[in-house]
Design a protein around this ligand. Structure first.
Ligand code: NI
Length: 227
């Protein structure tokens, strides 16, 4: 399941991120790649220890914590601190790969199982050509190129790539989420149920069926969640 989360970043937060990243010391993207993905990865990445990385991370983590759609869709248990990449010039593409299942974060000292992958687009889509995120699932290929400040969430098990950027620069944040509900299909059911309950409550108020369904949601979550 692909979920787009529009305007994760406010225009003010986006502006702050862009200013911090504009003169950041970008490095070869293979610093975090596994051995298979290192062969197809050709982009730039911001080293984690830089002050810019930590400042932009904080802005994004705050936005994630306040976004109800993200929290409902991902049911996060642990979030790998966001990383940043840049596709431009000679460093312009990332071929087909699957992200490593487990990531160790030196900052938090924690391992994160990558149930979900996330990309937040930070560049205006009109400012660059190419750079689509292509995600394959059982329904075929999906091409994703979103407005600046928008996020896409997709199962960490998906084969994906970033198409070559042929003009301009594509800057994005990417990271992974370990969910309280490990299975994609269970998470999907809970998300659809949560969204439907929300709509029911908005249109009909807290009717008895809406209260009962809310109970069902929480009881399923209690049954499936690992916290
Ligand atoms: Ni990837």
């Amino acid at each position: 399941m692909l979920i787009e989360i529009p305007e994760l970043l406010s225009s003010q937060a986006l502006q702050q991120c862009r200013e911090l990243l504009a003169d950041a010391p970008w490095a070869d993207g293979r610093i975090t790649a596994g051995t298979q993905s290192a062969q197809v990865k050709n982009n730039l990445q911001l080293p984690e220890q830089t002050q810019q990385c930590q400042a932009v991370r904080a802005i994004i983590q705050e936005a994630l914590n306040q976004n109800a759609l993200f929290l409902s869709a991902a049911l996060p248990k642990r979030i790998f601190p966001p990383l940043f990449n840049r596709y431009e010039g000679e460093h312009n593409t990332f071929g087909n790969h699957i992200d490593n299942a487990i990531r160790y974060c030196a900052v938090t000292g924690q391992r994160v199982r990558t149930d979900l992958s996330a990309t937040i687009f930070l560049s205006d889509p009109d400012s660059y050509d190419g750079g689509e995120l292509i995600i394959e699932d059982t329904y075929g290929e999906h091409s994703v190129k979103l407005a600046a400040g928008d996020m896409v969430l997709y199962p960490g098990s998906s084969l994906h790539r970033v198409e070559p950027v042929t003009r301009g620069a594509r800057v994005a944040s990417f990271f992974w989420i370990e969910s309280m509900v490990r299975e994609t299909e269970r998470r999907r059911l809970l998300f659809e149920m949560d969204m439907s309950i929300l709509e029911l409550r908005n249109t009909q108020g807290d009717s008895r069926p809406a209260v009962n369904l809310t109970g069902c949601y929480h009881n399923l979550l209690r049954m499936w969640a690992e916290v």
